[in-house]
Design a protein. Structure first.
Length: 732
């Protein structure tokens, strides 16, 4: 499997390379490379890439297309691809948004994949291309060449015809292939034209044997039956994803009762034992639709309709608690859970059951997506929507989770070990649930009744980190609650020690580490200013040159980029300044100190290429950079990070930045001989050229400015920079 994933990943990049750079390449060169790929690959992914390029550049690739046309299976595979492509964009958007929005590390890649869905050739197929070659030609294709292409294609089709069995021996696959051929072969079509506004519409009508046509219509009816509710499915999907395309389905937008009526039809079919294909296409629609109706159309529903939708939401929300449940994308459960806050608010008699449901689904650590997320993120998001109006209930769930999740895991281990002794290696989830309810019924009742307290949490600092991380995600931002602060301080202190430990046995799973640091940064920046030192204290006390410190700084910058909490951010940054100075006394050549410096100076975050400023940089922050230059300017990574940041996100400091860099190079002779970070010279060249272009006359008239620029240019010349040499000669 890993080999396929590897090939597919490179296949995507290979396709993009051809699409971006080979549009204007000579056809012979393009064809030679595509043919080389076909001859030398055994990968279906590479064959798919070649097919995609042929569809994108058909006039340049006929000699490749004619080879593809000689593989019958490719027509079937490509038709399946075409059908899947129609919904692929929606799926990618759903995948991205299901986990809280775009991940900054993957944002560019995710956006590129989504944008690629709109490429014109995605809407074409090999079947359509085969017909197009027979009836159309571009200005660059001669009539003689077009006729040669027709003959090549007809020879291919005739060979396929000769391989067809007699009619009485045909299978369903044979009949389907005959239909394919009928739709591609220009010789067996009637052409009709009709004048339309702005042009002439040409229709190609294949001549199909009556029996074959009857078979086609029956097959089409059978295959489209499961997709009968596609409009409802797409509307629900778009509406759930806040996609403007939902407005295209006015029948549901304006009439939620119609959506509910069709949902009831689907449920009736599902309950009556519908075939597998119907279940596959439609099983999640009831949850998606009823969730939307509950959340967005509640006031437009009658009492009976609300009850019906509520029951569907609860039914799907309970599915994760069923034995042997395994999460599947778009199975309806996440939509249902997202509607639980509205059900909780409007149906008081259901609240106890919903609390148990949310608590137990918080226990679900099943992985989702590629980023290390857990299924528990969905009940966590539902809980956050309820803090404002049902504080006591959510407080009970918060404490209940910390209290009962460790017991649940201990019970799981116990049952697993008992199974091992009997030669049983799969955990009986049904037995686990029954034993848990039986053994901890009293504790569950306390959670339901809101009678748990912070005193019920024993030795929180000894709790497994992945449990602490999930619980930490439940604490609301901007909280001023004393219990929340107490729990948060305990969780932060418990995480800090192993995060910054040098011992291998203390190493934390990356996904847990990342999730905690991301949440921690948001939590701190949303906190009151007086609480920030307390939350940071464990990291300040244990501050060292370990990699998580670099990650922590990156997460703070990314959080600040979204939150814009200027005062809190600089409070955090200044609290770490003294620690940074002490860390860098002996340079940056040990542990992860160079990476930490780069992160602290904003040079490791993937800023947009167009970024030239940041809302958290103001003129008053000059003093911060001046302190950096004076105290850690001897480190090569400081020179690199400052030069890089001044080129993009810190461009507002260009003028004082030249003085900072000159001061660093003047006061730290070791930099002239030190091994520099990659691209340091490039960033210095770019910066000094920009400054000279902007301030050329001022530099010539002002001795100090000229001397500062010359220091940097001399440094560049020393490093063999041609740009440095030419710029120096230009201002002397």
């Amino acid at each position: 499997m890993s080999g396929n994933i590897y090939a597919t990943g490179y296949g995507v990049r290979l396709e993009k390379f051809f699409l971006d750079h080979w549009k204007d390449v000579d056809s012979e060169i393009l064809e030679s490379w595509l043919l080389y790929l076909l001859r030398n690959t055994k990968s279906a992914s590479i064959s798919a890439v070649v097919t995609s390029i042929v569809l994108a550049f058909p006039e340049k690739t006929f000699n490749v297309a004619k080879i593809l046309f000689q593989t019958k299976d490719l027509f079937h595979f490509d038709m399946n691809r075409l059908v899947l492509d129609q919904s692929h964009k929606s799926l990618l958007i759903s995948l991205r948004d299901s986990f809280g929005g775009a991940n900054y590390k993957n944002a560019l890649h995710e956006q590129a994949r989504i944008k690629a869905c709109d490429d014109p050739h995605r809407k074409k197929s090999l079947e359509q291309l085969a017909l197009s070659y027979q009836v159309f030609r571009s200005e660059d294709t001669s009539e003689e060449e077009a006729e040669k292409r027709q003959k090549v294609l007809w020879d291919i089709f005739d060979k396929y015809y000769s391989q067809l069995p007699d009619e009485d021996q045909e299978t369903g696959a044979d009949k389907t292939w005959r239909i394919f051929l009928a739709r591609m072969d220009r010789r067996k079509m009637k052409v009709s034209t009709e004048e339309k506004k702005g042009g002439v519409e040409i229709s190609f009508n294949p001549e199909i044997d009556p029996k074959l046509k009857e078979y086609s219509e029956a097959s089409l009816k059978k295959s489209t039956e499961p997709m009968r509710y596609t409009s409802l499915k797409l509307w629900a999907s778009y509406r759930k994803d806040k996609d403007e395309r939902s407005k295209q389905y006015e029948q549901y937008e304006k009439d939620p009762q119609l959506a509910l009526k069709e949902t009831k039809e689907i449920i009736e079919r599902l309950n009556s034992g519908a075939d597998e294909s119907f279940n596959l296409f439609n099983s999640a629609i009831p949850a998606d639709v009823c969730s939307i109706l509950i959340i967005e159309y509640f006031n437009q529903l009658s009492k009976e309709e609300r009850e019906y939708c509520k029951d569907i939401v609860l039914e799907y929300s309970k599915m994760p608690l069923m034995p042997n449940y395994r999460y599947q994308i778009s199975d309806g459960t996440t939509s249902a859970i997202s509607a639980l806050p509205v059900v909780f608010q409007n149906f008081p008699t259901e609240r106890d059951g919903i609390k148990v449901l949310l608590l137990l689904t918080l226990f679900d650590d099943y992985p989702i997506g590629m980023g290390g997320g857990k299924y528990s993120i969905y009940p966590s998001m539902a809980i956050h929507k309820l803090w404002d109006y049902h504080f006591e209930d959510m407080q009970s769930l918060l404490i209940g989770y910390f209290m009962l999740k460790p017991k649940y895991e201990d019970l799981r281990i116990k049952i697993r070990n008992e199974g091992y002794e009997k030669g049983v290696y799969d955990i009986d989830e049904q037995k686990l649930s029954e034993n848990f309810f039986k053994e901890y019924e009293h504790d569950l009742q306390k959670v339901i009744g809101n009678t748990v307290s912070i005193d019920d949490l024993k030795e929180l600092n000894k709790t497994d980190l992945h449990i602490l991380n999930t619980g930490f995600q439940l604490i609301p931002m901007k909280t001023d609650n004393a219990i929340h602060k107490q729990i948060a301080l305990s969780v932060i202190a418990t995480f800090a020690a192993p995060l910054l430990s040098r011992e291998r046995e203390d190493k934390i799973d990356y996904s847990v580490r990342h999730a905690f640091l991301e949440r921690f940064s948001y939590f701190v920046l949303n906190a009151s200013e007086q609480d920030i030192p307390n939350y940071l204290k464990p990291f300040l006390d244990e501050f060292n040159g370990s990699e998580p410190i670099s990650d922590l700084f990156n997460e703070f910058i990314l959080a600040e980029d979204r939150l814009d909490t200027y005062d809190n951010f600089w409070k955090v940054w200044n609290l770490f300044l003294e620690k940074m100075v002490n860390l860098c006394k002996d340079g940056d050549g040990y542990w992860y100190v160079d990476r930490i410096i780069e992160s602290y100076l904003f040079a490791r975050v993937p800023w947009k290429e167009t970024a030239t400023d940041w809302h958290t940089f103001k003129d008053s922050n000059n003093q911060f950079f001046s302190k950096i230059v004076k105290n850690i300017g001897h480190c090569p990574s400081t020179l690199y990070a400052l030069a890089k940041s001044l080129n993009n996100v810190a461009s507002r400091y260009l003028n004082p930045g030249i003085a900072w860099l000159s001061e660093m190079l003047t006061n730290n002779e070791g930099l002239w001989e030190a091994k520099l970070e990659a691209n340091t010279v490039y960033y210095l060249e770019s910066l000094v050229r920009k400054y000279i272009y902007k301030e050329r006359e001022k530099i010539r008239r002002t001795k100090q400015l000229k001397e500062e620029v010359l220091v940097i240019l001399e440094f560049l010349v020393e490093k063999g920079s041609v740009i440095g040499y030419m710029s120096r000669e230009n201002i002397l």
